[in-house]
Ligand binder design. Structure first.
Ligand SMILES: Nc1nc2c(ncn2[C@@H]2O[C@H](COP(=O)(O)OP(=O)(O)O)[C@@H](O)[C@H]2O)c(=O)[nH]1
Ligand SMILES: [Mg+2]
Length: 337
């Protein structure tokens, strides 16, 4: 049986107006008993939004009703959480509608890459990623498809798939090498617990940030070492599993001990931390590793530059078409063979 969806198009929060959509067969008949006007007549006669009164449990709310079709109604009510929630609850209960996530709903409505890009645009967290998505709203992806520039589009998959979803970068290494301190230095504020005793970060802590305008989530992993502590063991197992799922790993090595874990997987960047403790002394074991100090901040800017270079070796120029959903990338791969 087809269901009627209730969609809150306006995100929760304070606002002047809030818009709800009732979408599905029989939407108009469901809402009719709650209204002081006849929506069937409305649809037949006017086709433009009109003021109406909607009966809620304890009050009558003035709304603007837009009967787009008998199966698609838009209810614009006063903004603010309390009134929107009351209207939504009434529509949900009295009309038997199922609450649907607005972004999922908009994507189902999307009948072209432009409308799909428009639905995803609010989920882009940085100006850089939003600008690239805006190019797709303007048809950049569609034009590249029309010109059959399949290989060119595929070469931008990694960028396109990270406009909404962040790149994931793990900070990994032995306990006490300065992973949490380095992550904090990269983000610029204290987010991860730093402690002198080994094994403080037992779970993975995820910090969302922007590096050169790219949305990145930095994962502070538990120090990877042999341990008998049950809770820490669990954290170590989780950390090793996490390293399989990231786009890049920053392998942190304490320059004063030069000890390494063998759990790091490529692609990775090696950094020698605590370089403030050894001055200019060259490392014989890791001559090419980047030297940083989480305490003084030395080398951190260069580390960020290298991380970004590895995640996005080439930036798209304005107007470049990029595929921005996994379905698009899979369809492109299918067309290439
Ligand atoms: N001198 C110096 N100490 C550091 C540096 N980075 C971290 N530490 C210290 O090393 C200890 C462990 O740091 P932490 O970030 O908790 O290490 P984690 O276990 O790898 O996350 C703390 O006492 C930090 O203050 C650094 O660059 N230089
Ligand atoms: Mg830590």
């Amino acid at each position: 049986m087809a269901v009627t969806s209730l969609v809150r198009l306006t995100p929760p929060g304070r606002g002047a107006i809030s818009t709800l959509v009732l979408d599905g067969p029989g939407a108009i008949s469901m809402v009719a008993p709650l209204l002081t006007i006849n929506p069937f007549k409305l649809y037949g006669e006017t086709g433009v939004p009109v003021f109406a009164k909607l009966r809620l449990e304890n009050q009558v709310e003035s709304v603007v009703l837009d009967v787009v079709s008998p199966a698609h109604l838009r209810v614009h009510c006063h903004g603010g959480e309390a009134i929107t929630a009351a209207v939504a609850e009434t529509l949900q209960i009295c009309c038997g509608a199922t609450v649907v996530d607005p972004f999922r709903w908009q994507r189902c409505q999307a009948n072209s890459s432009e409308t799909e890009a428009l639905a995803l645009l609010p989920l882009c967290r940085t100006e850089r990623t939003a600008k690239i998505m805006l190019d797709q709203v303007g048809g950049a992806y569609q034009r590249a498809i029309d010109d059959l520039r399949i290989d060119e589009l595929l070469s931008w998959s990694n960028v396109g798939l990270h406009l909404v979803e962040p790149f994931r970068v793990a900070v990994a290494g032995l306990p006490n090498v300065g992973k949490s301190s380095l992550l904090n230095a990269m983000v610029g504020y204290e987010r991860s617990i730093v402690d002198d005793s080994e094994g403080t970060t037992r779970d993975s802590v995820v910090v969302e940030t922007a590096l050169d305008g790219w949305h990145v989530s930095l994962v502070d992993t538990a120090g990877i070492r042999e341990t008998e502590d049950v809770v820490e063991k669990c954290g170590v197992k989780q950390a090793v599993a996490m390293l399989n799922k990231v786009d890049l790993t920053i392998e942190v090595i304490d320059v004063t001990t030069e000890q390494q874990t063998d759990s790091i997987m490529p692609p990775s960047i090696q950094v020698l931390n605590k370089s403030d403790l050894v001055g200019n002394k060259k490392s014989e074991k890791f001559p090419n590793a980047l030297r940083v100090s989480a305490v003084t901040g030395g080398g951190v800017a260069e580390l960020i530059e290298n991380v970004v270079k590895m995640l996005v070796p080439k930036y798209p120029l304005p107007g470049q078409g990029v595929p921005f959903t996994m379905e698009q990338v899979e369809a492109l791969r299918g067309r290439r063979v």
